[in-house]
Design a protein around this ligand. Structure first.
Ligand code: AMP
Ligand code: ZN
Length: 478
């Protein structure tokens, strides 16, 4: 079976055929480093890591680029509030992000460029866009002219006419078309700047990825990934810029992960409904978060619920118990490699790979892995096994682990942590529901003091009440 990926350029699942046989040029849009990242951002990071791992597990040679946006309005604004240097502030959160990625068991990308280190390439690309007639300069600001792009809107399926009329905010009168976007902007007083042919300034957001992709991967990529919110305008603009500058197809395949939602909305800083990666993994571990994120296909939405967390804890426990069982299997030097072991392991790897080849179906692959755990316990662990047979089982698990990154290097310490978690997380659902009902009654009789008292009583047990839009009340562990 060949690898197939859902390509958002065509909206079809297609056979993946890289430009060079066996080699993959892969780019994923990385985070803006102005604060701690939330578990929604973790989804984009873990999906990028999943693609990287699956390529490796399937034997491809991958060059994987994931950037850090360390020059950006949000960073400058936050640094000004904190009265610190914007680049120092951004670097602080690059370092924090790296710690989170390590905890999530992510493999290092091949290149992790920052905007601040890519200025010559960014400026050169803007110059190329202007000289090819797709960029124009107004008062030290450079714009991309979307009407000069080759099929602007081909990824997001928008057309220029719709974009002309669909603008909700007042359009900058200096633009030739309302959808034109900034490539370079002049720095305001006190803002960081770089020298350029258009004066002191800094790049617009989109151009960085075009320049970084070209610097490390060349003019045409095999795969580009990001969250679904990046498809328009960010990725559309990356295509327009790169193709205007290079006169080559920018990328053959585009994949986008769906959102992680909290309640009915996307988890996002601007909505204020975030759980940071750091806070979550301090209590539950990076493995639990990774498991929660990969247990759903990347193109399906994830709802952040207590049940999802509980399920991930159970899955991680199951996987680590199995890892430990293999480590402690007793071998018999007098028996030969058992053909059953070989065939069960081979069948497992084939079915597991087939799931991953089907548009990186990590949920399906996990299902195959859990079936393997069941079969191995039932049919293999009851036998006298040779050292060779155990090595076979271990290498099958190692393969799954390379692709999904879900086994911690020390299974016993992981199990200890999960055990403690269960102890501290044990809650009496009936008791909570009773208090929720009492609070509802208190509120309906306008006894606000009692209602607040109940909320505080639950809070003392690390339980927060969640008032849902439909009037019902849920709860979550703090
Ligand atoms: P940002 O720092 O906001 O540019 O986001 C970095 C990455 O995280 C992008 O690829 C976003 O698409 C992704 N992202 C942000 N919020 C979510 C979410 N709630 N669910 C999934 N991905 C997200
Ligand atoms: Zn990008």
């Amino acid at each position: 079976m060949e690898l197939k990926i859902h390509n958002n350029l065509t909206r079809k699942k297609e056979s993946f055929s890289p430009i060079e046989d066996g080699k993959v040029k892969f780019y994923s849009c990385g985070p803006t480093t102005y604060d701690f990242l939330h578990v929604g951002n973790a989804r984009a990071l873990v999906v990028g890591d999943l693609f990287h791992r699956v390529f490796k597990a399937l034997g491809y040679q991958v060059t994987f680029v994931r950037n850090y946006t360390d020059v950006d309005d949000k960073i400058i604004q936050r640094a000004q509030e904190l009265k610190v240097d914007p680049l120092d502030h951004a670097q602080r959160f690059v370092d924090e992000c790296r710690k989170d990625m390590d905890s999530l068991g992510m493999l290092p990308a091949t290149h992790t460029p920052k905007v601040s280190e890519t200025m010559p390439e960014i400026i050169k690309m803007i110059e190329d866009i202007i000289s090819n007639g797709a960029g124009y300069v107004v008062e030290g600001e450079v714009f991309f002219h979307v009407e000069k792009a080759d099929h602007y809107g081909k990824l997001s399926k928008k057309d220029l006419e719709g974009l002309q009329h669909g603008q909700r905010v007042e359009v900058d009168s200096r633009k030739k078309h309302p959808a034109d976007f900034v490539l370079w902007k002049p720095a305001k007083v006190g803002e960081p700047f770089w020298e350029s042919p258009w004066g002191k300034g800094r790049p617009g957001w989109h151009i960085e990825c075009s320049a970084m992709a070209k610097k490390f991967l060349g003019e045409t990529l095999d795969l580009h990934h990001g969250g679904v919110d990046l498809m328009f305008p960010h990725h559309e603009n990356e295509i327009a810029q790169s193709e205007a500058a290079n006169k080559k197809t920018f990328c053959n395949c585009w994949a986008h992960n769906e959102f992680l939602n909290f309640g009915s909305e996307k988890m996002s800083k601007s909505l204020g409904n975030v759980v940071t990666i750091r806070k979550f993994i301090e209590k539950y571990s990076g493995q639990v978060l990774r498991q929660l994120l990969i247990s759903v296909h990347y193109r399906a939405r994830i709802d952040w619920t207590d049940e999802a967390i509980e399920r991930a804890i159970q899955d991680v426990t199951r996987i680590h118990q199995f890892a430990l069982e293999i480590k402690t299997l007793k071998t018999n030097p007098d028996v030969k490699v058992d053909p059953d072991v070989e065939s069960i392991c081979k069948k497992f790897i084939e079915e597991f790979n087939n799931e991953l080849k089907s548009d990186f179906n990590s949920a399906g692959a996990l299902g195959v892995f859990f079936a393997f755990i069941r079969d191995a316990r039932r049919d293999l662990f009851i036998k006298d096994l040779s050292i060779g047979s155990v090595a076979f089982i271990q290498s099958a698990v190692d393969h799954a682990n390379l692709a999904l990154g879900h086994v911690h290097k020390d299974p016993q310490s992981m199990l200890d942590l999960l055990q403690n978690l269960k102890g501290s997380g044990d809650v009496d659902e009936a008791w909570i529901q009773d208090l929720i009902e009492q609070r509802r009654e208190a509120k309906s009789s306008k006894n606000w003091a009692r209602a607040d008292e109940i909320r505080d009583e639950l809070k003392a047990k690390n339980i927060a009440l969640v008032d849902n839009k439909d009037g019902t009340v849920g709860w979550k562990m703090l």
